[in-house]
Design a protein around this ligand. Structure first.
Ligand SMILES: Nc1nc2c(ncn2[C@@H]2O[C@H](COP(=O)(O)OP(=O)(O)OP(=O)(O)O)[C@@H](O)[C@H]2O)c(=O)[nH]1
Length: 313
């Protein structure tokens, strides 16, 4: 019984992996039931006639339509066919209109009857991928305010700095610090302090809608806005609007006083011999000056003489 082809086929049909076997030219020689069913459910054009298809041609045609995973699959399978490796693995997305899906593809060679075949299986790994994404999401979000955390800001600013350096675009950075927050905490308690932080954080995403923008909690009662490809004048008008919105927050019910912030704003055209630390230092220095000048105001680093930077803490 074990040698019966029918028996082996039935075993393959019970597997959840979608399995296709091709010859060294890429011609499909076998597909299991999971493969067939997946094709039917996803309206694959070549359903019913899989064994008249060439799998490498399918991958190449996907690659020609700029599907990077089609190109990777094609190259990987070719490597197995050409004995450059025994096995090839590829994790790839395959989203439908209704759901997100990811698969793990494995290609391995097989000799049978003096002929060479490649067994390609596709395992659904969506559950693991979604869990990974959730962990990544949690690792980049600040628990209290639900906006990006410092760690994510640190990597984002580097990316945006090099993107703007390549394209010769300005980057603006606003450092926003709540005024007299210690007094507020001492007077009304930390829970009220926390509510203030959450309310301010809720306003920020409205100012950072483009892919080159980010709002983040920089530390305790300090926030940052990264505004890629934004000139100082544009950034100043955004930040001025933010100051106005913060002053109108309904926090007076909690504290009896309007909440105010001090903001340091810096704008730089990145160059290859400078790094993002300079922008952060300039914005920080401007923030320091805003505090020194009495708080509840914006200071723009453009107006700071280079010498004055040294006076900052
Ligand atoms: N409620 C709350 N308070 C925080 C949090 N993180 C930091 N703080 C408090 O924020 C306060 C910051 O105090 P300071 O650095 O002296 O600043 P400040 O009182 O705002 O004074 P200026 O910045 O000079 O206007 C400290 O009392 C911190 O304990 C937080 O997550 N929640």
């Amino acid at each position: 019984m074990l040698e019966s082809k029918e028996f082996l086929r039935l075993i393959l049909d019970t597997l959840p992996e979608h399995i296709v076997v091709i010859n060294a030219e890429g011609d499909i020689k076998f597909v299991n039931r999971s493969w067939q069913t997946f094709g039917e459910q996803n309206n694959c054009a070549c359903n019913e006639q899989w064994q008249q298809q060439n799998y490498l041609a399918i991958c190449r045609s996907a690659a020609c339509q700029n599907d990077e995973f089609g190109a990777k699959a094609f190259n990987g399978i070719k490597q197995v066919i050409n004995h450059q490796c025994e096995e090839f693995y590829l994790e790839y997305p395959c989203h439908s209109d209704m759901e997100k899906r990811w698969f793990l593809m494995r290609a391995a060679s097989l000799f049978y009857d003096n002929q060479r075949f490649i067994v390609i299986s596709h395992l659904n790994i969506t559950e693991r991928k979604l869990a990974e994404q959730q962990v990544q999401q949690l690792a980049r979000i600040d628990g209290l305010t639900q906006i990006a955390n410092r760690r994510f800001f640190d990597s984002f600013i580097l990316q945006e700095w090099s993107r703007c350096s390549r394209l010769n675009l300005p980057v603006s950075l606003a450092m926003i610090d709540l005024d007299n927050f210690k007094t507020l905490n001492d007077k009304f308690g930390h829970l009220v302090g926390d509510s203030c932080l959450k309310e301010v954080a809720k306003l920020l995403p409205e100012f950072t809608r483009r892919p080159g923008d980010l709002c983040a909690r920089y530390g305790g009662e300090e926030f940052v806005l990264v505004l890629g490809n934004t000139q100082s004048k544009q950034a100043q008008s955004l930040v001025t609007r933010l100051i106005d919105m913060i002053s109108k927050l309904q926090l007076a019910e909690l504290t009896g006083h309007p909440l105010t912030v001090s903001i340091g704003l810096a704008t730089i055209y990145p160059s290859s011999d400078s790094d993002a630390m300079l922008l952060i230092e300039m914005a920080d220095c401007a923030l320091y000056q805003a505090k020194e000048a009495g708080r509840n105001q914006l200071v723009v680093a453009d107006n700071i003489e280079p010498l004055n930077l040294e006076k900052c803490p």
